[in-house]
Design a binder for this molecule. Sequence first.
Ligand code: HEC
Ligand code: HEC
Length: 472
Amino acid sequence: MTTGTGTRSTGTGTSTGKGSRRAGRSRAPRVVLLLAVGAVVVAFGPHPEGSLPSEELGDHGAMAMDAQRDRVRELLPQRDVTLPPPEVDAELWEFLVPGDNAMNAERVALGEALYFDVRLSRDGTVACATCHDVSRGFTDQRPVSEGAGGALGRRNAPTTMNAFFYQSLFLDGRVPSLESQAGFPPINSVEGGHPDRASVIAAIADDPKLQQMFRAAYGSEPNYEDMERAIAAYERTLVFMDSPLDAFLAGQSDAISDSAKRGWALYNGKARCVGCHQIFTSNSIGTDNLFHNIGVAARTQNFEQLADQALEALREGGGAEAVDELALKTNLSELGRFLVTKDRADIGAFKTQGIRNVGVTAPYMHDGSMRTLWDVMDHYNKGGEANPFLDGGIEPLALSEQEIDDVVALLFSMTDRRFAEQNQAELEQQRTIAAERRPFRDEALAMRRTLPFEQRVMGGGSAGASAEEGSE
Ligand code: HEC
Ligand code: HEC
């Protein structure tokens, strides 16, 4: 009954229900397991799946698909999707929506159906919404994602909330649009796991309801390009920009705490966040849409060696799908933007992530290595992890503990109000965790009592210290 190969032949009928029936059977043991590891999860675990009522729990710890779809419908206002969302500048909107994929209700409806459809994976357990789950801030709240067959990737799932603002997608910007992005997960071997595009379409093509929706949306039979378009159209409805900070910036002076107000001044001043995460009308989510090595990847990698390996690997066929596999499956992932441009200046550089809703999308950074926003602040405060490719905008900040707390308060004020409760719960959990461990804190570096190169020379050394001589 269940297809393990993804080469479903025509005539087997629809299968939407299979994934959920199977999920139903595995529910009880999963809950027991969750209870068993509950103590650990409560203490430090990345995701709150244990808090979902069991009838809402689906595969891979995600909320069940139907429950998620309904939750999103409740969250989003009823509106005419052919018009720009009220939160987004109309001219900017014009620029963000591709001419050949104008928004309309039929396209959004098809995209919604597909976003929550587990048939986009080989084993019928993984949809977009598994890793971009409404109950977990449209992420999976894991350090790295888990795909079909339980395969683990190398990267942290960013949120799909407001993702339509980005000028390039993925953490290394390897694709230019939401449309092209949507085609990769179903056929990536650690995500959807389908062997090819035909297999994805074969899995959905017989569904009369989807056939009808494709016709209504694009006048076509189920096909890959229109699947990508529809999913992108749906993602363009995921606008979540109504935060206390927005109210404050609009003039409501009591919308955020005094601590968050001090944080805002630091953000735009001493803490230098604004250098890359500017927030203004044409840049509403706080990204410069550029790529920087901020010394996250540097912790564990010998960049020089990795770069050579990558060039070798890409010589054997370096198309977009090859890069997608290297980024998600191998330790070359840490090279970041370099995999796309092969430019040495891009070694270890990643896209500046948006800054909104970070209160509900932990853990952080491309590798999910930072559990709390205090970790993120400790990282920036010490000037990142030293490496030869470190961005010039990253240097020790000499922030005091109070100042760190203030910026963290600010960051938690950037979460959309529809997630206020979740945001508050996460703030308290992070505060508890941070009180016990601050693995990235280094006072001596942050306050410039030691300089990074001194630490490299004196204390154990680190990879790549000898770089820079002779570029090829
Ligand atoms: C197995 C988990 C998984 C599944 C399934 C999955 N994603 Fe993702 N998604 C990720 C990860 C991990 C990344 C980051 C990968 C990278 O940058 O290299 C990502 C990145 C993205 C991005 C880019 C966001 C940004 O900030 O650049 C978008 C948009 C997105 N996914 C949408 C989708 C859609 C649409 C689907 C379904 C067709 C989907 N994802 C399926 C895990 C997943
Ligand atoms: C030189 C540019 C630069 C500066 C300055 C900078 N950032 Fe970032 N920020 C980035 C990049 C690039 C990433 C993505 C890194 C990655 O994924 O590994 C990022 C990621 C983040 C993330 C993680 C987002 C997520 O969802 O995982 C947070 C939070 C963040 N920055 C906050 C800040 C704050 C607060 C400041 C100021 C103290 C700051 N940044 C300063 C470039 C910068």
